[in-house]
Design a protein around this ligand. Structure first.
Ligand code: NAD
Length: 315
């Protein structure tokens, strides 16, 4: 049994990771100050192998028991959060990552940084391979998130090269599933909420911009495989099937049986035109690839989350 520390463990992805690690027989220490996460995401976990520490990782923190693997997921992640919390986002990516890497070093633990496809910015290469350096606007409103993650990647490699920490970096592409917050501003929760309410589905711009969407179970399997590997360089994890936003809206209408119509709204600043991971490295190094199609993932999300949760109706 390994002891895993999960920063951001009360968030959307972190809580699914905690569930899966416990299911595999590991012990989990969840470190989360609930800045954008919620106790609702972990309230179902009632086993002695799980502990939640309400700690802000931008301050130095310590854990007084051995730790084998550190999964560093804490960070505001959706535009609505990092635009509201720009300085906090930069602090979590910098101080928070420093403190968490320091902890991994102290415990001689394997470390995994949850990075993002946003490090590629509005990419000029398509699909995005890990050796593409990106096209990011450092002074635009999204710069706080993109540059925090780029800094966190540089810091992770420095701890590896200079301090000998056993590090890994996953570049996560858009992921969806139960426990997404209905009002977090991302396309899938917004479209699902609107469709389930039979209200118009709001597509930014003409809807021709593309994204790829990975179901959460596939992503968690990929993250755990990467942590279990010996790889140090970044690995993309995401679903390479590409959809326009208009196609996504149509899939959501189909999965929900909604009567919603599609309407168009202004495009946000620096909204990337295309996004699709090249997952050749994940296939080769981890033997990983996604298994859940978009239609199936949407159905599972609706079934498992339930309509009330997706509509944001408080219990
Ligand atoms: P989330 O907001 O649901 O989870 C983030 C968690 O971090 C929250 O529970 C929050 O309370 C916690 N947190 C924030 N600041 C903290 C602090 N100072 N101290 C302790 N805890 C803190 O977001 P998510 O979608 O689950 O994303 C998790 C990670 O995955 C993030 O690092 C994000 O950048 C990355 N990621 C997610 C996606 C995606 O599609 N969801 C895509 C790319 C990358």
């Amino acid at each position: 049994m390994a002891t895993c520390l999960v920063t951001g463990g009360a968030g959307f992805l972190g809580s699914h990771l905690c569930d899966e690690l416990l299911r595999r027989g590991d012990r989990v220490i969840c470190v989360d100050n609930l800045e954008t996460g919620s106790l609702v995401n972990i309230e179902h976990i009632r086993v002695p192998e799980f502990v939640h520490l309400n700690v802000d990782i931008t301050e130095p923190y310590f854990v007084d028991e051995p730790v084998d693997v550190v999964f560093h997921l804490a960070s505001p992640a959706s535009p609505i959060d990092y635009l509201r919390l720009p300085l906090h986002t930069l602090k979590v990516g910098s101080y928070g990552t420093h403190h968490t890497l320091g902890l991994a070093k102290l415990h001689r633990a394997r470390f995994l940084l949850a990075s993002t496809s946003e490090v590629y910015g509005d990419p000029k290469e398509h699909p995005q391979r890990e050796d593409y350096w990106g096209h990011v606007n450092s002074v635009g409103p999204r710069g706080v998130y993109d540059e925090a993650k780029r800094y966190a990647e540089a810091l992770t490699m420095a701890y590896h090269r200079q301090q000998g920490v056993d590090t890994s970096i996953v570049r996560i592409f858009n992921t969806y599933g139960p426990r997404m917050r209905p009002h977090d501003g991302r396309a899938i929760p917004t479209f699902l909420r609107q469709a389930l309410d039979d209200r118009p589905i709001t597509v930014f711009g003409d809807g021709a911009q593309t994204r790829s969407f990975c179901y959460v179970d596939d992503l968690i399997r990929g993250i755990i495989a990467l942590a279990g590997s010996r790889e140090h360089l970044p690995v993309n994890i995401g679903n390479p099937e590409e959809f326009t936003l208009l196609e996504l809206a149509e899939k959501v209408i189909e999965a929900t049986g909604s009567r919603s119509e599609i309407v168009h709204e202004a495009l946000p600043v620096d909204d990337p035109q295309q996004r699709r991971p090249d997952i050749a490295r994940a296939r080769e190094i981890l033997g990983w690839e996604p298994q859940v199609s978009l239609g199936e993932g949407l159905r599972r999300t609706i079934d498992q989350a339930g309509t009330e949760a997706l509509l944001g109706i408080a219990r």
